[in-house]
Design a protein around this ligand. Sequence first.
Ligand SMILES: NC(=O)c1ccc[n+]([C@@H]2O[C@H](COP(=O)([O-])OP(=O)(O)OC[C@H]3O[C@@H](n4cnc5c(N)ncnc54)[C@H](OP(=O)(O)O)[C@@H]3O)[C@@H](O)[C@H]2O)c1
Length: 249
Amino acid sequence: MSASAPTQTWLIVGATSALARAFADRAAKEGCSLILAARDMDATRVLADELRGRHGVAVSTIFFEAADRASHAALATSLKEAEAPNVLLAFAIMLERQTFEPDPAVAASLLDVNLAASASVLMHLLPVVEARPGARVAIVGSVAGDRGRPRNYVYGASKAGLHAIASGLRARLHKAGVSVTLVKPGPFRSPMTGDRKGLGPLPSPESIAATTWKAAMARRATVYAPWHWRWIMLVVRLLPEPLFKRLDF
Ligand SMILES: NC(=O)c1ccc[n+]([C@@H]2O[C@H](COP(=O)([O-])OP(=O)(O)OC[C@H]3O[C@@H](n4cnc5c(N)ncnc54)[C@H](OP(=O)(O)O)[C@@H]3O)[C@@H](O)[C@H]2O)c1
């Protein structure tokens, strides 16, 4: 008698984000168990109930606050028992320059949440995934990390740092048989882009989650979402500095 395939578990860090909600739905639809990690426990429990009701899979919840390092360590403990552990990192804050330039502490705290906390979470999870060949780690970066723009360059810096972590971690975990997928979305519909004018019609979080899911399953290294951002960012990266510095975007 052949042994049945182990149940895949996804630990979703930042589970209340629009992208994470859509990804969780996709993973649950595929029969995966979920561990939802977020700081708003009421919203997370409601989400867990919905996912259990819709897909009949096991869903647990755990407190995660970027500023609370003890909550990072607890994530590793929660994932240790999983037969086949996987991780999606999908929390962040996005602030524009009018918010952080007058208040340097805000710039520092943005980096604390998006970059320092991500590094800490990933280091806590490293031994857990390294011990499980076949595990997948998916990290949500951003096109904003490809080149700093005047509008949101500290956010861009946090994502550029995360891109470097994803690249190093991918090479670090390769021998262990663990894949690290970096997703770089362009703007999509979510509370993060809620009141920003001039972005035009945006893709849905579901479409970004579908790309994320497919890329993680295929163990892709880096994907843009939607795909055309790959070419847009190639042009943006190649713009000569004398031209780039004249653009106020
Ligand atoms: N939306 C876009 O256009 C866009 C574009 C490129 C990349 N991305 C990236 O995609 C990912 C998901 O974005 P989204 O737009 O779906 O996000 P979102 O809906 O705005 O949600 C942001 C998430 O981050 C969590 N969070 C913020 N500060 C936190 C903290 N201190 N501790 C713990 N959690 C914290 C929020 O928790 P609460 O619900 O408790 O506030 C929420 O779950 C992010 O990495 C974002 O940078 C988004």
